[in-house]
Design a protein around this ligand. Sequence first.
Ligand SMILES: [Zn+2]
Ligand SMILES: [Zn+2]
Length: 345
Amino acid sequence: MVLERQGEPLVERELPDPQPGAGELLLRVHACGVCRTDLHVVDGDLTEPKLPLVPGHQIVGEVAAAGTGAGRFEVGARVGVPWLGWTCGECRYCRAGRENLCERARFTGYDVDGGYAELAAADERYCFAVPDGYGDLAAAPLLCAGLIGYRSLRMCGEGRLRIGLYGFGASAHIVCQVALHRGHEIHAVTRPGDEQGQRFALELGAAWAGDSAGASAVCDPPEDPLLDAAIVFAPIGGLVPLALRAVRPGGSVVCAGIHMSDIPSFPYSILWGERVVRSVANLTRRDGEELLALAPRVPVRTEVSEYPLERANEALDDLRAGRIARGGAVLRVARSAAWLGDGAT
Ligand SMILES: [Zn+2]
Ligand SMILES: [Zn+2]
């Protein structure tokens, strides 16, 4: 499924098979998660994608072939491919262990073709082993929703915290489980009227769930009312001052999305008290290794809405409209004769 021009639906195309370059794997894609970032790419909020582009950066696939020098995974191994597709290893950020900020980074499904396809090529150094016990569909949301949530959780600070999650989609439903496992308390803030989302959050163990209109209630209870930190997953700038008002002195508001509408001006008094507003950008390979080791131990159970690959536009539309009530959308890629080596049998 190909993005030919931003602002237009994806189109189904028959492309030449990708050839794995040196150090790359050729993957038969089994599943690919649909991320809000894909929407930002399709809709044109992120302005510099490769075009035409195969989107998708939560790829679960099987190694079909290895390029020259690639030997980290056996043919047949199941691997995951995240957003971070390549880094330079030389810039100030790479040298400082902050490859997520690499000045020349290439991103899967943005600078290089991604996983809304039957085949994909990926640099093996940025691929992860997928933990046993997760099916292909269940594993896909770990690869971005999970990773970004996990990195955001780390930015919330130390100790047992009361954390507000603003927006309860694919990322929040994973980070909620990890946070509870670590002894944090979760308050879930959904879009107004999203009672299904609130029920989902409570089922997962949130201490409180309500909508952004009622979120001031978080600040109101009589004893020890405030949040220690907040993670804003929804791409709505207006939530930042709302979250700041709910966070105690010294607390952080972590913006987890790659794009957000403008943040309205707010009085300095709600930032005062050493409150912090920060973003989380991309991921490091270490984030991925840590989360994929931790997920089975929690254990994180992902919920997914499944769409066949050719209905990718429907999945994107449902995500845009907030129609995915529980967890994440994932494309299932059916086994096809176009796959290498399938012709004989
Ligand atoms: Zn770099
Ligand atoms: Zn993503």
